[in-house]
Design a protein around this ligand. Structure first.
Ligand code: ZN
Length: 219
């Protein structure tokens, strides 16, 4: 049973197509688990369609049609998520689908601490980090803050923090002011999809030396 969902504002932006592509991918992955949010999104898209039909048409130049047709040859967003493996970019077609379906077999993981590994993926959104976090059973991500918003979707296992406990399909949003230390529930490894406006910044003195390393990995 999914208990944690995107806010109405996030769903409205998603339905309107105005969410940044990396965040849209995270919300889309949540909809894969959540009938409730999928129904809400379909309703919002219907409302958006009705509102569009009521707009008064405005004449545009012919170059607008040309520029739209030219974009038909561009890759579909997220159809090719990339990963950098040993300084090479590797195209992984359909990776998002495989991740949502629990297949993490082709990912390259970087160990950050004894309990935490990270797999950074490229989505074409240079403003955001899109990564999988793997936390060992009972392990934690050290206390950290964010330089911006953080979206997290649990894919396997579960974790808890100061505000709750989260299981597969649960969606968690934290803003820049939040400091927390997610801990994987006992007995099961936790794998999450995370979209960050800026790399994590560990706040406890034992782990602060890792911050430059995290920022390098996000590039
Ligand atoms: Zn939901």
């Amino acid at each position: 049973m999914i208990k944690h969902h995107p806010s109405a504002d996030i769903l409205i932006d998603f339905a309107a197509g105005t969410l940044p592509v990396a965040q849209a991918a995270c919300v889309s992955a949540h909809l894969n688990y959540c009938d409730c949010c999928r129904g809400s999104t379909e309703q919002l898209q219907s409302i958006g369609g009705v509102l569009m039909e009521q707009l008064v048409p405005v004449a545009v130049s012919e170059s607008v049609l040309d520029s739209i047709l030219a974009r038909l040859d561009e890759p579909v967003p997220l159809s090719f998520i990339q990963q950098r493996v040993r300084h090479r970019r590797v195209d992984l077609p359909g990776l998002l689908n495989r991740i949502i379906n629990g297949d993490f077999s082709q990912l390259a993981w970087k160990r950050v601490t004894r309990s935490l590994s990270v797999s950074h993926l490229q989505t074409g959104d240079d403003q955001r980090e899109f990564a999988l976090y793997r936390i060992a059973a009972g392990g934690n991500i050290p206390n950290h803050r964010h330089g911006g918003a953080e979206m997290t979707l649990v894919l396997e296992g579960g974790f808890s923090d100061e505000l709750g406990t989260y299981h597969p399909g649960d969606f968690v949003f934290r803003d820049a002011s939040d400091v927390h230390a997610p801990t994987a529930i006992d007995g099961e490894e936790c794998i999450c999809l995370a979209v960050l406006d800026a790399p994590l910044q560990f706040t406890s003195w034992q782990y602060r030396w890792l911050n430059p390393f995290l920022q390098l990995q996000a590039g």
